[in-house]
Design a protein around this ligand. Structure first.
Ligand code: ZN
Length: 146
């Protein structure tokens, strides 16, 4: 099921392909049901897919899983709360992601942060290539930890 839901997140991300930079999609699943989905820039240029997906939930998402095409941010230049903080506070307990953030604009330590908060993480590598292709303008050089 992980592949199926991450593919849905990729479909979401494709909706934001007309913009530059980050094209990210997010889907939140609870007990096998889609309870929310969103893409970056969906309601404003500044909005991130994960934060909007959380905002759009109309039910308790404690214990849910978020599928996101790219590692969630842990710092925002705009001063807004990072997606990692929002995910941690929401009660989501598992994150499935397609590719690590390429550190283009700000260094990203999202995965470390989520791991520290003891969330369950899964890098779904079989869809990594498709997730990278969503943001063709970004250089993907980051390698290393899982
Ligand atoms: Zn973010």
């Amino acid at each position: 099921m992980d592949i199926h839901f991450l593919k849905l997140a990729i479909e979401e991300a494709r909706k934001s392909l007309s913009q530059d930079g980050y094209n990210v999609g997010a889907v939140i699943i609870k007990e096998g049901r889609i309870i929310s989905k969103a893409f970056s820039g969906e309601d404003s240029e500044e909005c991130h897919a994960e934060e909007l997906a959380i905002k759009k939930c109309h039910e308790n998402i404690s214990g849910a899983t978020i599928y996101v095409t790219m590692e969630p941010c842990d710092f925002r230049r705009s001063g807004k709360k990072s997606c990692c903080d929002q995910i941690i506070e929401s009660g989501i307990h598992r994150i499935v992601y397609g590719v690590l953030d390429p550190d283009t604009f700000v260094p990203c330590h999202g995965i470390e942060k989520l791991k520290e908060a003891e969330l369950e993480l899964f890098h779904l590598k079989s869809l990594e290539k498709e997730c990278k292709e969503l943001t063709p303008s970004l250089p993907f050089y980051k390698v290393g930890f899982e």
